[in-house]
Design a binder for this molecule. Structure first.
Ligand code: SF4
Ligand code: SF4
Length: 390
């Protein structure tokens, strides 16, 4: 089945440009569904952290406000914004963004998720007993507002990955620890979240994306579009192709599990324009699917990039130490030191570093393997050198 994915262009976040674009997308999503008249809507925006004006780690504040307005105007009886950012609270981020009053004026309640429990999961999930923010069950529909960003572990984070915010903060560490050694399992857990939550409305902010060292410290990449769909997975499949990562592990696993990733693009479809990727996961996800699990374990030391500190950028805040699931980081003389044998390569440290002081760094074995791969490609395939970084 091909689920429609709607695109609308906007050069920036100015309300006079953004609003008509959002309006076109939501009108299509409402047409596909029963609409929202008299319904309670839960907005789940991607709020990683708001550290400075114009921070691109979050969905843009104007997208949040205009979406809330459009849901209200379409007759939603209640609109709430709930999220569980890793460091700040959702109300603190909304305040720092400068949209607290506007949301209040619209009657939008803003809070952190708080009611975590095991929820009923549909057939076909692989990780049972997920403890989730059960508030989503109190609403008629969830609206997933995601930011298009690169991600060290998943390469790209779009709508499905945004649902990871429904997992309890303390358990998110546990999940990283439990499945961080195997990116495929992490992707499977995200797919389980998608199957369990099934957001009815999905909007992707790709007006200014993040590329490179995402999802916290990458660089802005103007793409000037919004995308929307009633299916988060279809939207991810479509947007990943446009943003240059059609082979996303999440989509590969979805296909293996027989989940429908079919899409049909409609509206102002953007030209494909790849984002500059983060360095890892590298070889393991490209070739690792063919390896037996025991070999993956042995090889991971050689074929997965290591977190590397740029001491000049580090301000010694210690956030990376706090966010490291297996506690393989310690502050010594004001700078973090990695215990690499215990590092599970989850890149939480890189994700949360406010200064972009941690980057994934390829191992020597990876560099050699890439040279071999490039030589093989140039001998047997079309002469196209794979883009390399770092
Ligand atoms: S690496 Fe980043 S998060 Fe860690 S102490 Fe330095 S500035 Fe803070
Ligand atoms: S050091 Fe960084 S990449 Fe390694 S386990 Fe800790 S947070 Fe994850």
């Amino acid at each position: 089945m091909s689920t429609p994915v709607f695109y609308a262009r906007t050069p920036d976040y100015a309300p006079e440009n953004l609003r008509p674009a959002l309006e076109r997308i939501l009108a299509e999503e409402f047409r596909e569904t029963e609409g929202v008249s008299g319904q309670k809507i839960l907005l789940k925006p991607n709020l990683l952290a708001w550290r400075r004006r114009g921070d691109i780690a979050c969905v843009h504040p104007a997208v949040i406000v205009e979406t809330a307005k459009l849901f209200r105007e379409a007759g939603a009886s209640e609109v709430a914004l709930l999220e569980n950012p890793a460091v700040q609270t959702a109300p603190a981020i909304i305040r720092a963004m400068g949209i607290e009053e506007e949301l209040k004026h619209l009657g939008v309640r803003t809070a952190n998720f708080a009611d975590y429990r095991r929820v009923e999961q549909p057939e076909g999930v692989r990780f049972h007993n997920l403890e989730l923010a059960a508030e989503f069950l109190d609403y008629d529909a969830v609206a997933d507002l995601a930011k298009a960003k690169t991600h060290a572990m998943m390469i790209l984070t779009l709508c499905v990955k945004n649902l990871f915010g429904l997992v309890k903060g303390s358990e998110r560490m546990g999940w990283h620890l439990a499945v961080g050694r195997d990116f495929g399992k992490f992707a499977d857990m995200l797919l389980d979240l998608y199957l369990t939550v099934r957001p009815r409305y999905n909007i992707l902010d790709a007006v200014v994306c993040m590329e490179g060292n995402g999802p916290g410290s990458g660089t802005p990449a103007q793409r000037s579009f919004l995308a929307g769909s009633t299916d988060a997975l279809a939207l991810d499949a479509s947007a990943a192709a446009i943003l240059g990562v059609p082979e996303l592990l999440l989509l590969r696993n979805a296909a293996e599990r027989g989940l429908d990733t079919g899409f049909e693009n409609r509206g102002e479809i953007p030209e494909p324009n790849p984002l500059k990727r983060p360095d890892p996961p590298g070889i393991l996800t490209e070739w690792g699917v063919f390896l037996p699990p025991f070999l993956k374990g042995v090889l991971r030391e050689f074929v997965i990039s290591k977190p590397l500190l740029d001491p000049a950028r580090c301000i010694g805040c210690g956030l990376c130490v706090k966010m490291c699931p297996p506690q393989s980081l310690k502050l010594r003389e004001g700078k973090p030191v990695f215990d690499l044998p215990n590092c599970i390569r989850c890149y939480c440290c890189q994700e949360h570093c406010p200064e972009g002081a941690i980057t994934p760094h390829k191992t020597r074995a990876m560099r050699v393997a890439e040279k071999i791969e490039d030589s093989i490609r140039s001998l047997f395939g079309p002469h196209q050198k794979t883009e390399r970084r770092n």
